[in-house]
Design a protein around this ligand. Structure first.
Ligand code: F0G
Length: 397
C-alpha cells in the first residue's frame, strides 16, 4: 500500500502516482516486516538479500548486483576526531553511487507496470544510474540535466549508456519541475526520488548499517542532503528493522548541506516542518546543488523523530574533508559525499557530537564521478624523462 505521509490517504501499490491527490504531499510505501533476520544469513551480499522487505514482484527484478557495499572502520580519522568511525562506501555500487539501490527497485516497478519510457531530472548521479538500468531493462530513457553543472563522469555515464540527454538552461529544481510535469502528462515514468519505490531501495543502506554493526545501531548516521530522499529512506530502513525487533536502538539522523544550498538546515534551525526554497543554490558539490528538496517533509521528520541534527559546511570544508578521507583512509569520494565527513568534523568541534560516539558516515558517490574537481585540488605531476639518474635524484629530494 502507498500512503501519504501528511494526510494518511491510501493508494494501491500499482497506481502510478507521485504525490497525494488529496493534499499534494509526498508518499511512502507501507511495508510490514514479518520475517526473522536469520533468513538474510548466507545469501549473496547484495540489496536483494532483503527481498522480503521490498514490495515489488521478484520475478521482474532488474539488477546489476547493487548493495552490499564496503563498511570501513576508519580508526585513523576516528581517533583524530575522538569518535568510533565507520564509513559506508556507496561509491562501490555498479554505477558509482547509492542511486543504484533506488534504481534497481524503481526499474523493477517500471517493468511490473509495463511502462516503455523512464525519465528523471538529475544533478548527475541519478541520470547515470537510470541510464544504466534502463539499458539493462531495454527501456527508453530521458534525462534532464542542469546545463554546465554536472560533473564529467556522470555526464559520460548518462550519455554512454544511451539515455536521451537534454541539457536544461536552468538549475536542478527547474529541470525537475519540467520533468515532473511531463510525467504527470504520462509521457514517461518518473524515477526521481519523489517516486516512493526509489526510497524502498535506498532504505537498504539503513538495513546494511545495522547488519554491518552486528545488529546494533550506531549512535548517529551522518550523510549529505540534497533532494532529501536518501536521509528519509535510511530513516525508514532503520525504523523498519527497529520495529521488527532486530535492533534495540535507533540512530540520530544527521543531515549535512552545503552553505550555498541549505534549505533543510535552515528549516531545522528554525524548528520548521517545511523548507523555504533557496532561490539560486550554489556549491562545488554539484550533486547537492538543490534549493527546493522534494522530500523536505520526510527528511525533517526523520531528523526530529530521531533527535538528530542538521548543519552546513562550506565548500572549502568539503574539499578539505574530501582530501582528508582520501589521504588518511584511502577512500575516494566525490565532493558531495565528503560533506558527511566535513559535517562530522564540524559537529565534533561544536560539541554537538560527543567524544566516543559510534558514527557511520555515508559517502554517497565515487571520486571518479568528478575528476575535474579532483585534479584541480592536486599539484600537477612532474614531467620527466625515463632517465634513472634524474629519477633517483628526484626521489631523494
Ligand atoms: N550525494 C550524492 C553523490 C548525490 O548524487 C546526491 C543526490 C546526494 C548525495 C543527495 O541525496 O538527494 O537523496 O538528498 N543526487 C541527485 C541526483 C539529486 O540527481 O543525482 P538526496
Amino acid at each position: 500500500m502507498i500512503r501519504c505521509v501528511s494526510c494518511g490517504a491510501e493508494y494501491d501499490d500499482d497506481e502510478v502516482i507521485y504525490t497525494c491527490e488529496k493534499c499534494g504531499s509526498v508518499l511512502e510505501l507501507v511495508s510490514d516486516i514479518d520475517v526473522s533476520k536469520d533468513i538474510f544469513d548466507g545469501r549473496r551480499d547484495n540489496l536483494w538479500k532483503f527481498k522480503e522487505c521490498i514490495p515489488v514482484d521478484e520475478t521482474k527484478i532488474v539488477s546489476l548486483n547493487e548493495g552490499g557495499t564496503p563498511f570501513c572502520k576508519c580508526d585513523k580519522l576516528g581517533d583524530e576526531l575522538g569518535v568510533n568511525l565507520y564509513v559506508k562506501v556507496e561509491g562501490s555500487n555498479p554505477t558509482g553511487s547509492f542511486k543504484d539501490r533506488g534504481m534497481t527497485v524503481g526499474m523493477t516497478k517500471a517493468m511490473e507496470l509495463g511502462v516503455s519510457t523512464v525519465g528523471c531530472a538529475s544533478t548527475g548521479n541519478t541520470s547515470a544510474s537510470l541510464a544504466a538500468y534502463a539499458a539493462r531493462a531495454g527501456l527508453r530513457c530521458i534525462v534532464f540535466l542542469p546545463s554546465g553543472k554536472v560533473a564529467l563522469g556522470k555526464l559520460a555515464q548518462a550519455m554512454f549508456h544511451g539515455a536521451e540527454v537534454m541539457s536544461i538552461n536552468g538549475n536542478f529544481d527547474e529541470a525537475l519541475e519540467a520533468m515532473t510535469s511531463l510525467a504527470l502528462e504520462k509521457y514517461l515514468y518518473l524515477l526521481n526520488s519523489i517516486n516512493p519505490y526509489r526510497l524502498e531501495g535506498q532504505k537498504t543502506i539503513g538495513y546494511e548499517i545495522l547488519r554491518d554493526l552486528d545488529w546494533q545501531s550506531p549512535d548517529r548516521i551522518i550523510l549529505p542532503v540534497g533532494n532529501a530522499g536518501n536521509i528519509s529512506a535510511i530513516w525508514k530502513g532503520v525504523s523498519e528493522f527497529y520495529n521488527a525487533g532486530f535492533v534495540k536502538d535507533l540512530p540520530m539522523m544527521t543531515g549535512i548541506q552545503a552553505e550555498g544550498a541549505c534549505p533543510v538546515t535552515n528549516a531545522f534551525k528554525k524548528g520548521d516542518k517545511r523548507v523555504v526554497p533557496v532561490e539560486n543554490p550554489e556549491t562545488v558539490a554539484t550533486a547537492i546543488r538543490i534549493g527546493a528538496p522534494v522530500s523536505d517533509i520526510k527528511a525533517l521528520n526523520a531528523i526530529y523523530d530521531s533527535n538528530g541534527y542538521s548543519e552546513t559546511v562550506s565548500d572549502e570544508e568539503i574539499l578539505d574533508a574530501q582530501k582528508l578521507l582520501a589521504r588518511t583512509e584511502g577512500i575516494g569520494v566525490e565532493p558531495a559525499s565528503a560533506a558527511s565527513i566535513a559535517g562530522l568534523k564540524k559537529l565534533v568541534d561544536q560539541g554537538v557530537i560527543d567524544k566516543g560516539e559510534t558514527i557511520t558516515c555515508v559517502v554517497t558517490g565515487h571520486l571518479l564521478k568528478d575528476p575535474n574537481t579532483a585534479i584541480d585540488a592536486c599539484t600537477k605531476p612532474i614531467e620527466v624523462d625515463a632517465d634513472i639518474d634524474t629519477l633517483r635524484k628526484l626521489l631523494m629530494n
